[in-house]
Design a protein around this ligand. Structure first.
Ligand code: 15L
Length: 278
């Protein structure tokens, strides 16, 4: 059985993955926050991945890494820098030094969020980040590309839409990713032989998708769910949103601004740490 490290394991996506992958892999979980209620197939290592020494400690001896740890929404630059730029570099570099070849990097729809909703995009489009958060995800994709080409590492980049048991609103009808489809695609990332550097979209088989996800299908992905089953219910509750946000795939992230309160960036940076936040 492979040993798989999940960073940022106490967050939403980490919690879904723990439940879905528990019987397939030996899970090593890591986060800055403490973890409650681990199962017998899991071990937990508390770590702050903005420190290289911690990144080296948690990546030692694993077969693959799912690097969820980081700031998971738009935020002030200080928080994004620590968690998503420095933290990501430390984990990739620690993996290299420890001889771990395979990394599954959950990038985001926000790496391409400034594409308009009337366009279907595939895995080859040039990034169009919609936020500092989106830029940090493009950084992770670029770092993955460098480590694949330069060091022969195996990088599986999943541009995740929104993971939730059901789609939350109209925008998410196009980018919804059910927990079981998430588990299937991440397992492909862990087990598919011969990965060098791949970008796929982490979405279910949604009728309203903005993505041509043929690269994921080529690698064996067969989504089981489609947000359309929830469309009527979701659209009934939908209220008119910001018209600029609604033009772009990233939605509200395309109009979000730096927190104006001068006290906020410090607080945000302190709060953000390495944890996976909704
Ligand atoms: C993301 O990348 C975030 O991690 C998640 O919290 C949601 O905001 C999601 O995108 C989304 O676009 O709905």
């Amino acid at each position: 059985m492979k040993t798989v490290l999940i960073t940022g394991a106490t967050g939403d996506v980490g919690s879904h993955l723990r439940r879905e992958l528990a019987s397939k892999y030996r899970l090593r979980l890591s986060d800055r926050r403490s973890l409650e209620g681990k199962t017998k197939n899991e071990i937990f290592m508390k770590a702050d991945i903005s420190k290289m020494s911690d990144a080296l400690r948690i990546t030692k001896g694993v077969d693959a890494i799912i690097h969820l740890g980081g700031y998971s929404v738009e935020g002030g630059w200080g928080a994004i820098l620590q968690a998503n730029i420095i933290g990501c570099y430390n984990v990739f570099e620690a993996a290299r030094r420890n001889g771990v070849k395979r990394i599954i990097f959950p990038t985001s729809n926000h790496a391409v969020g400034f594409y308009r909703r009337d366009r279907t995009i595939d895995h080859k489009v040039y990034p169009k980040p919609d936020s500092r958060y989106g830029v940090s995800k493009v950084f992770g994709e670029a770092l993955g590309s460098l480590y694949a080409d330069k060091y022969g590492m195996e990088m599986f980049m999943v541009r995740i839409g929104n993971v939730h048991p059901f789609p939350l609103d109209k925008r998410r009808l196009s980018i919804w990713f059910s927990p079981r489809d998430l588990a299937q695609l991440i397992s492909i990332g862990i087990d598919h032989p011969g990965i060098k550097f791949e970008i796929v979209y982490g979405v279910s088989g949604n009728k309203r998708s903005w993505y041509d996800n043929s690269n994921a299908v080529r690698l064996g992905y067969q989504p089981q769910d489609d947000a359309e089953a929830f469309a009527e219910e979701v659209l009934k509750k939908e209220k008119p949103g910001d018209p600029v946000a609604e033009l772009h795939q990233g939605g509200i992230f395309t109009v979000a601004e730096e927190v104006p309160n001068p006290a906020a960036p410090k607080k945000a940076a302190r709060k953000a740490g390495m944890r996976k936040k909704k």
